[in-house]
Design a protein around this ligand. Structure first.
Ligand code: FO1
Length: 325
């Protein structure tokens, strides 16, 4: 286990990352864990600012997340969506009645001039979340999906409306050049007690890269004394959630845990100190080591709360071993 005085910074996208975040929150005191959520998936829809990854992590930490899908709220009702349909409104993005309250509050507070990080803090307080959850930035960054057809799609149009069906040729992050890390993210990176930077099992291209590409984040992390550890979102060649494996195939990368490690090594040389693979991918550990990362082979598939807690324990123990190495 990471020493009691050390703190941890976790980088997360949506559903897959939130599972490990929950495990980490069970292992670490509130003041020892900062969670940074990707906001490249955010978009304006029906007059609301929607922040899917922030909300997924927030609902997961508050034990409100829908257990089957991982996003939205459990026990949701859909009166708003039905009424919207009757009026001929856009219903491809499913907004439940309870979830809608989050978007109403967030949007009205942002419209009053509050920063996304302040609004996130207030929402977390209302939901009794103790650990620090911050957006990667208070500025607008939008992930764009470049399709092989030549079309460029806003992320939620690609992901939800078009069910990730278009073959992709690349991705980009509009607004990233002028965006800054939010203050809570920078504070966590400057914390002298920072003992681990954990990249949760989230999509490396569209959930993690927007965070690492902000400012000098990747450089700061690479130079940081704390070990940077990524958990593979690909197990046995399959993404446990979302289009990561399909994207890898379309981008001519091997759809494997090793392919993820190679991508990180190539795009962010020297960033990763450790790489966590599932037992099913144990045979790839030696090739991961050859990339200059220490591999850890454990069960990474998280189907229950004990699984999430166990993976969090394993990753924190790995971090403290890497600190001592
Ligand atoms: N994902 C879906 O697959 N379909 C939806 O209709 C949908 C609605 C939705 C509403 C609010 C929210 O916070 C998230 C929602 N998501 C939905 C999930 C989300 O769009 C994706 O999981 C992430 O953007 C990918 O990390």
């Amino acid at each position: 286990m990471i020493a009691a005085t050390k703190s941890c910074l976790a980088i997360s996208g949506g559903v897959g990352g939130a599972k490990l975040v929950l495990g980490l929150s069970c292992q670490l005191q509130a003041d020892k864990l900062t969670i940074v959520a990707n906001t490249g998936d955010d978009f304006d829809h029906l007059g609301f600012t929607i922040c899917p990854d922030l909300d997924t992590v927030m609902y997961t930490l508050a034990d409100l997340a829908d257990r089957e899908s991982g996003w939205g709220q459990t026990g949701e009702t859909w009166q708003f969506l039905s009424a919207l349909e009757q009026l001929g409104g856009d219903t491809w993005f499913q907004l439940g009645d309870k979830d809608l309250a989050t978007h109403v509050v967030r949007s009205s507070e942002l419209n009053k001039g509050k920063l996304l990080s302040q609004v996130t803090h207030d929402l977390c307080q209302s939901l009794n979340i103790k650990h620090k959850l911050v957006p990667m930035t208070d500025d607008r960054v939008a992930t764009l999906i470049h399709c092989q057809s030549g079309e460029v799609l806003a992320f939620q149009h690609y992901f939800v409306r078009d069910h990730c069906e278009p073959a992709i040729s690349g991705y980009s992050f509009s607004g990233i050049d002028s965006a800054n890390r939010c203050p809570g993210f920078s504070r966590a990176l400057q914390d002298p007690d920072l003992g681990a930077i954990i990249i949760c099992p989230s999509n490396p291209f569209v959930s993690v890269a927007p965070v690492l590409d902000l400012d000098d984040t990747a450089e700061l992390m690479t130079e940081h004394a704390a070990p940077v550890i990524a958990v593979s979102p690909i197990v046995a060649g399959v993404a446990l959630k979302g289009p990561a494996a399909k994207m890898m195939a379309e981008l001519n990368m091997p759809s494997s845990a090793l392919g993820v490690a190679e991508y990180y090594a190539d795009r962010y040389p020297g960033l990763l100190d450790g790489f966590v693979l599932d037992l099913a991918d144990a045979s790839e550990a030696i090739a991961v080591q050859a990339l200059g990362m220490v591999p850890l082979v454990v069960k990474t598939v998280m189907t229950s709360l004990p699984d999430r807690q166990q993976l969090a324990k394993d990753v924190l123990k790995f971090a403290s071993e890497l600190c001592q190495a």
